[in-house]
Design a protein around this ligand. Structure first.
Ligand code: NAP
Length: 263
């Protein structure tokens, strides 16, 4: 279903991290359909090329650029932003979507589990944002969406590391939004519950295994709408937050959970 005009984001340049994954690839497609030039990044170059091909096949006039990078590397973050700006102009929209799951019950947590999850989901994301924000601030224009999680708003069993990193991103979103809006830059987050991606299915299955129940039962019981959120539903919400239709939405965490936030 198309909900946006094909020129809603024309003249914009969006950087989408985690574009090789479920939510990121869906978001990149919707942004391209909405007229934005799109830079796709992730570590897997073949996946980036495959997605770029798909976007160009659907829309031959789409402006798509790919740059593989490990966002945990300071050098690679810098190269990514520089090469994206050289290819498509200054980045005006940023989707901080790359993220990893990890950790487990607190008694089994190793220091490196905590550091690995915090480094990708929080520290590296903040540092990438800092570089992109510098040029948004100069131009007094931009919009940023952080993909946090329902686990960034409430406790999740076995989630002290992952949920910790997502709570940190929620706090970053709300605090940074206050600074950035003074410079014409809007910062928001989307906070999905279970999304139908590899990561979402694995984590729902983990919950089912722990409770000794079927995946279907767990989904029906924990999600009032009775199903996982689709990748496209998250992509559409991110895109909405990046358009001028959301011009006065600042510092929000938009929950997309089929109502499971209430259970
Ligand atoms: N699925 C869910 O149920 C759900 C729910 C709430 C929130 N979320 C959040 O939504 C985001 C996307 O999740 P998803 O389900 O689409 O997961 P996914 O399919 O596993 O995608 C994760 C993405 O992150 C990228 N990534 C991981 N480590 C990276 C690194 N060091 N450098 C650069 N890129 C890296 C991966 O790219 P490469 O492997 O190519 O590097 C991949 O594109 C994550 O932040 C996740 O926490 C997901």
């Amino acid at each position: 279903m198309t909900v946006f005009a094909n020129d809603a984001l024309k003249d914009e340049h969006a950087l989408v991290t985690g574009a090789t994954g479920g939510i990121g690839s869906a978001t990149a497609k919707v942004l391209a359909e909405t007229g934005a030039a799109v830079t796709l990044t992730g570590r897997r170059e073949d996946k980036l090329e495959e997605l770029a091909r798909e976007i160009r096949e659907a829309n031959p006039s789409a402006h798509v650029y790919t740059h593989a990078a490990d966002l945990v590397s300071e050098e690679e973050r810098g190269q990514l932003v520089e090469s994206a700006a050289n290819a498509c102009g200054p980045i005006s929209l940023l989707v901080n979507n790359a993220g990893i799951s990890g950790g487990g019950p607190v008694e089994n947590l190793e220091r490196e589990d905590i550091e690995r999850v915090m480094d990708m989901n929080y520290t590296s994301t903040v540092l990438l944002t800092q570089i992109v924000y510098e040029s948004m601030k100069k131009r007094q224009k931009g919009a940023i969406v952080n993909v946090t999680s329902l686990s960034g708003l409430r406790g999740t069993y076995g989630g002290t590391a992952y949920a910790g990193s997502k709570f940190a991103m929620t706090a970053f979103t709300h605090s940074f939004a206050l600074e950035a809006i003074e410079h014409g830059v809007r910062v928001n987050a989307v906070s999905p519950g279970f999304v139908d991606t590899d990561m979402g299915r694995k984590s729902a299955q983990k919950k089912a295994d722990r409770q000794g129940r079927s995946l279907d039962d767990v989904i029906k019981d924990s999600i009032p709408s009775g199903r996982m959120t689709t990748q496209l539903e998250v992509a559409n919400t991110i895109t909405f937050l990046l358009t001028d239709a959301a011009a006065n939405i600042v510092g929000e965490s938009v929950k997309i959970s089929g109502g499971s936030v209430m259970r």
